[in-house]
Design a protein around this ligand. Structure first.
Ligand code: URA
Length: 434
């Protein structure tokens, strides 16, 4: 019932839920209203849960997905960096195991005079969060004001920080709701969730790293391609130059999984070293970002000549961190060795991600603390030959009671055989976009 003081609501949530349940298209006005009314608390959590499930089962078409995204952007503030005097470019990864790419990529691209507004999240489940990784650097602060973010982008270039409460608030609530209602892995809901935050963040160009494989949301190439092309179209429609790379997440990326361990590896890449796959992907994504903002340069150069490292040091310092202080290490380690001579032919990304999480690198609930030093160091990677007794990987944790369960969970996660595996051609499987 409405009183003279209240504007009547133009729609009823139940009608919208029923329409999607019965496989009808939602009208633009219905989508705008339901997202806005949910943000205002007029649409109840249980109603949005029912609608999310109806969308999960019956989908949204391209136009509905685009409108849903715009409605989520409009639920909060849209940042604008047009007055910065520099182009802006960002990267988003759909999340993987050992994915420390943002750490080296952000300063690398910034070293070419591009501002990188990287609003990141914390890890939930088996994929690590960039903020958790950076917080292993003593003094480093994830929480900074928009004003400070703008200053760092102007003076330093790269900034990695927590998204403010007013950035796509509808997505913040909806994502938490999806997490507890079995509606996370749904292409239109993932695409609109990711893109609403990236559009609201105010970047001019965006490259998406869409992971494919056991350690990723998308287990096969076809669904990864659909997610990538949906996101690319949404970005282009919103005026953000967007491309995507589909990349291999069947095995962990690089040789480390876990917060401080991954920071250490990213610093190796910035020093011109580091594992081949991490370097390849960092350079491929940097190339996409630089091309999108019309900077004609080979990003591999700045990794070799120290410019990217200088940019990293400035970026860490600007957020209170000490780039020269040592990184935390776990109090206990356990080494696993090969039981025979042979080729390492398989390391399962999901199993190693879950193992690292159980060692203490990740959290089960969003308020849980993480251990900075916990994780896994891979001494041997797929395609390498090992002798019996040679170390394959080490587990790191502050809580040794966790070793037995983790070791049991890793029993089928790797294979050493007498047959040499086919070499992997590239970590980048495919490119989507103009
Ligand atoms: N990351 C997001 O931000 N949203 C999703 O829906 C999935 C991954």
């Amino acid at each position: 019932m409405t009183t003279p003081d209240h504007h009547p609501e133009p729609f009823d949530a139940v009608d919208i839920i029923a329409a999607k349940r019965d496989r009808h298209r939602l009208a633009d006005a219905q989508i705008d209203w339901v997202i806005d009314a949910y943000t205002r608390g007029v649409v109840a959590e249980e109603q949005m849960a029912a609608l999310a499930m109806a969308v999960y089962l019956n989908g949204l078409d391209r136009a509905e997905t685009a409108r849903w995204t715009t409605a989520m952007v409009n639920s909060g503030t849209r940042l604008n960096f047009d007055d910065l005097g520099k182009p802006t470019a960002d990267k988003h990864s759909t999340g993987g195991v050992g994915d420390k790419i943002t750490l080296a990529l952000t300063p690398l691209v910034a070293s070419y005079g591009v501002a990188v507004p990287q609003l990141s999240g914390r890890g939930l489940g088996h994929t690590g969060g960039t903020l958790d990784k950076l917080e292993s650097i003593p003094g480093w602060q994830a929480q900074i004001s928009t004003q400070r973010m703008r200053e760092i982008m102007r003076d330093v270039g790269g900034v990695v920080c927590a998204a403010g409460e007013d950035l796509a608030p509808a997505d913040r609530r909806l994502y938490a709701l999806r997490d507890v209602t079995g509606t996370v892995d749904c292409i239109p809901l993932i695409a609109s969730s990711v893109m609403s935050k990236k559009i609201a963040e105010g970047t001019g160009a965006l490259v998406l790293d869409v992971k494919v494989g056991s350690g990723a949301f998308m287990k096969d190439r076809e669904s990864a391609r659909l997610l990538a092309s949906t996101m690319v179209e949404i970005g282009q429609d919103a005026g953000v130059t967007t491309t995507a790379l589909l990349t291999d997440m069947f095995r962990p990326l690089g040789r480390t999984v876990g917060n401080a361990l991954e920071v250490r590896e990213a610093v190796e890449v910035l020093a011109g070293g580091g594992p081949e796959d991490v370097v390849e992907l960092t350079v491929a994504l940097a190339r996409e970002m630089l091309t999108a903002v019309r900077v004609d340069a080979d990003p591999a150069d700045a990794l070799c000549d120290g410019r990217a490292m200088d940019s990293w040091r400035a970026m860490v310092t600007a957020q209170g961190g000490d780039p020269d202080s040592g990184l935390p290490t776990a109090t206990h380690t356990h080494e696993v060795t090969a039981d025979r001579d042979g080729w390492l032919t398989h390391t399962d990304a999901l199993a190693f991600g879950v193992a690292s999480w159980r060692l203490g690198a990740g959290r089960a609930r969003k308020e849980d603390p993480v251990q900075a030093g916990a994780g896994i160091e891979l001494h041997t990677v797929v395609g390498e030959w090992v002798r019996a007794g040679q170390p394959l990987f080490s587990l790191h944790t502050d809580d040794p009671a966790r070793f037995d369960r983790v070791l049991a969970s890793l029993e089928d996660a790797w294979t050493v055989t007498g047959e040499e595996p086919e070499p992997r051609e590239s970590v980048v499987l495919e490119r989507i976009g103009d």
